[in-house]
Design a protein around this ligand. Structure first.
Ligand SMILES: Cc1ncc(COP(=O)(O)O)c(C=O)c1O
Length: 380
């Protein structure tokens, strides 16, 4: 009997829940004509700042640009070292490289898949020996779990590094009582549609408590605009604004985000109950609420399991099949003296299951049964 296909992320279910509110919000912007920097943009920035618990949120065109603009505002470029995890999406390494700085790859922790503070320490030492100037570190909150900012901020403080939180996958998560976006000198997030808070295209935002940095970022995203307005260019900037339509979409989605994250937590709990005795399921550190951008297992014989699940109608994804340091784009970039063994091992073991707030219990039960079947076959 044919069964309905299972979506990996179900944006259609979210649209249905919002009952036309997103479409109506888009329509209002279309009719207003305020397509660039309309009132929804400022309203979204105010609401995000209140939600994340930071003084300033500056929206921009995408999450990669959010990383780039912060690094640029900090004056990072040629000869500077920026420390990044080896197990992440390309953007984390691209941002420093795009500015002419050197990304220095560090390993990640075995449990959280996030930047390993010890690997960072060793990488700082290496960068200094190579004549680079250690300037910043970009911890990534992979799959929704904020990195170990207590340890990373301490190391950064000792070495005079700026810390830029890559919260592209963690918006809404909490660590030590603070929301993602509020753990470092500045943070960047992405509103790519499949992210925990996603728009209907590309979008991003920067977060900081630093008034001066915020003013610089506002200027940089709008052609280096000065106090004299749009045609007063006091620095070299770019076209980095978030479209008003996307801001209107995000305002509707932000209103239901906390509720959605409760639903994601229930889905994660269901997977843990069903699978933790058969596979390595995610372990979230004490005091952390994950945003559950992904629910990622570690399994042996991963590719065969993925193929079997696909044949049985269960979609899965591999984030990421290659360590970023091993990608052609980053050939020759320095790697921490600790090596990146954990990152490389993870690329062969990770398998992300369908995860979204609208995953019904019955459907999840089917996913769990299929995954169990595939794992048991190999265990026995
Ligand atoms: C960890 C990480 N950093 C940065 C980005 C970049 O975001 P964007 O696609 O909006 O440029 C993404 C997502 O795509 C990401 O997953």
């Amino acid at each position: 009997m044919a069964v309905a296909p299972i979506p990996f992320v179900d944006l259609a279910a979210q649209r249905k829940r919002l009952e036309g509110r997103v479409e109506a919000a888009i329509q209002r912007v279309v009719q207003s004509g305020a397509y660039i920097m309309g009132p929804e943009v400022g309203e979204l920035e105010r609401q995000l700042a209140a939600h994340a618990g930071v003084r300033h949120v500056i929206t921009c065109a995408n999450g990669t640009q959010a990383l780039e603009l912060v690094l640029r505002a900090w004056g990072i470029g040629q000869g500077d070292a920026v420390f990044v995890p080896a197990f992440t999406f390309a953007a984390t390494g691209e941002a420093p490289a795009w500015l002419g700085a050197t990304p220095v790859f560090c390993d990640v922790e075995d449990v959280t898949f996030n930047l390993d503070p010890q690997s960072l320490e060793a990488a700082i030492d290496l960068a200094e020996r190579q004549g680079l100037k250690p300037k910043a570190v970009i911890p990534v909150d992979l799959f929704g779990v904020p990195a170990d900012y207590e340890a990373i901020n301490r190391i950064a403080g000792r070495h005079g590094l700026k810390v830029l939180q890559d919260a592209a996958q963690s918006y809404g998560a909490i660590r030590a009582g603070k929301r993602a976006g509020a753990h470092a000198d500045a943070a960047a997030t992405s509103f790519y549609p499949a992210k925990p808070l996603g728009c209907y295209g590309d979008g991003g935002a920067m977060f900081t408590d630093d008034d001066e940095l915020a003013a610089q970022l506002r200027s940089l995203r709008f052609h280096g605009m000065g106090g004299g307005g749009q045609y007063d260019n006091v620095r070299v900037g770019t076209t980095g604004r978030l479209d008003t339509i996307q801001a209107a979409v995000l305002l509707e989605k932000l209103a239901i985000l906390d509720d959605e994250q409760g639903a994601r937590q229930r889905v994660a709990d269901g997977y843990a109950r069903g699978l933790s005795n058969l596979a390595i399921t995610p372990r979230v550190p004490d005091g952390v609420a994950s945003a559950w951008a992904q629910y990622t297992l570690r399994v042996d014989d991963r590719d065969a399991i993925k193929a079997e699940l696909a044949a049985n109608g269960v979609p899965t994804m591999i984030y990421y099949p290659k360590a970023l340091a091993d990608q052609a784009a980053f050939a020759g970039a320095p790697v921490s003296p600790t090596g990146i063994e954990v990152s490389r091992r993870l690329t062969g073991e990770v398998l992300s299951l369908p995860m979204h707030p609208y995953l019904e219990e019955m459907v999840q039960a089917r996913v769990i049964e299929e995954v169990k079947g595939a794992l048991l076959k190999r265990a026995g």
